[in-house]
Design a protein around this ligand. Structure first.
Ligand code: NAI
Ligand code: COI
Ligand code: MG
Length: 369
């Protein structure tokens, strides 16, 4: 049986609660002989700051570099609002993404049939929804320099963030989107603000040229990011693959999450480029944050986290059947009416975080027996 090295980074807020549910799945997969996982657990975000005064220690960075994959839950929270900017919890997550060169963030927004009623849109608009948002993750305004606040000395301050993209960064994320589209609905919508941003102009130029040169078999449309936000809530099923920059991808995927019922439903895979042997660095992380408003209450939805583990099985461990089984188990428990508080409709029975995890393991056991 294959053995995979997985680094768990529970982080802050609801992070440890949802990580415990992912660990139940890992234990079961080991028990069932699907694969064996050698796990280590590290600290990131506020938890790392409290222990070491940094958002991630060098030791944990080394573990992340050496692992076959990282499974990170979430970082941040009001407890760390006053800490220096460079060591704020989010800096740990950004460093992991940057140092592991995880430039491609895949955020699938899939509406499970049983949750069409839980969406903020009318069920007909979201039933069968299956969008893949491909977000550029190591460039753009989250990383561009200069990034500073200057005291102008007259009672005023000036803050600067820099949006910067180079051709190769746009090309490589474009390639990920076109390749994914070929295995799905064969359509890519590229999104930026070419009407007001130079980086948007370059983005459109590079994606257009790449399409013409290598992917003319895929249907390509361009849509300004503000209009795309509107179209996501007007008629989301028009989209197949959406490719966009770091900031717009962050915002648009949170919008898309509500189409599926809750932010607690959206998993993600953050992938690097394959090396000569085809292996790539990867981190799997729910799209949501640390949800401090519900932390410690045992009501967080663990599905985004468990779905992220499913993506690890698919993209890092070459276990597509086990990944499919996790998706099927999630779908089945939702069809049985089990709901955490964030997706609870009138007819559903409310379960805790751990009850949801247990129910998914139980289904998985049935599916894989
Ligand atoms: N990847 C990460 O670690 C991210 C971290 N953050 C950080 O998280 C902290 C809180 O940020 P917020 O803006 O409140 O965003 P958030 O994503 O943590 O929460 C937004 C809303 O969604 C709900 N929610 C999120 N995940 C849920 C789940 N699994 N089950 C049920 N409900 C869920 C929360 O209760 C809250 O009402 C901040 O420090 C922020 O920087 C935010 C986004 C991503
Ligand atoms: C650095 C993160 C807190 C940004 C974010 O919201 C995300 O990646 O989803
Ligand atoms: Mg976000």
């Amino acid at each position: 049986m294959a053995v995979y090295k997985l680094l768990l980074l529970p982080g802050d807020g609801i992070g440890p609660e949802i990580t415990a549910e992912a660990e139940k799945i890992l234990d079961f997969l080991g028990e069932a002989g699907v694969a064996s996982f050698e796990t280590e657990t590290g600290l990131v975000g506020g938890a790392a700051y409290d222990a070491h005064g940094v958002a991630i220690s060098e030791e944990d960075m080394k573990l992340a570099q050496e692992a076959d994959a990282v499974l990170l839950a979430a970082v941040g929270g009001p407890k760390w609002d006053g800490v220096p900017y460079d060591v704020r919890p989010e800096a740990g997550l950004l460093r992991l993404r940057k140092d592991l060169a995880l430039f491609a963030n895949l955020r699938p927004a899939i509406c499970y049939p049983a949750l069409a009623e839980a969406s903020s849109l009318k069920p007909d608009l979201v039933k069968g929804l299956d969008i893949m948002i491909v977000r550029e993750l190591t460039g753009g305004v989250y990383f561009g320099e200069p990034k500073e606040i200057t005291d102008l000395g007259n009672g005023q301050k000036r803050a600067v963030d820099t949006q910067v993209y180079e051709t190769y960064e746009i090309e490589r994320i474009g390639r990920v989107a076109f390749e994914l589209a070929r295995k799905r609905g064969n359509r890519v919508t590229s999104s930026e603000k070419a009407n007001v941003m130079k980086s948007g102009l370059l983005w459109r130029e590079v994606i257009t040229a790449l399409h013409k040169r290598e992917y003319s078999d895929v249907q390509l449309d361009h849509m300004l990011a503000d209009a795309l936000g509107m179209q996501l809530v007007r008629w989301p099923k028009q989209f197949d693959v959406i490719v966009t920059d770091n900031l717009f991808g962050d915002i648009l995927s949170d919008v898309a999450s509500m189409l599926t019922g809750s932010l607690g439903m959206l998993p993600s895979a953050s992938l690097g480029a394959p090396d000569a042997s085809g292996k790539r660095k990867a981190m799997y992380e729910p799209c949501h944050g640390s949800a401090p408003d519900i932390a410690g209450k045992e009501i967080a939805n663990p599905i985004a986290m468990i779905g992220s583990l499913g993506m690890a099985l698919r993209y890092s461990f070459d276990l597509p059947a086990a990944a499919d089984a996790i998706d099927a188990a999630i779908s089945a428990v939702l069809a049985q009416g089990l709901r955490t508080a964030d997706i609870k409709g009138s007819a559903a029975s409310s379960v805790s975080t751990s009850q949801m995890g247990d129910a998914i393991v139980k289904e998985l056991r049935e599916i894989l027996k």
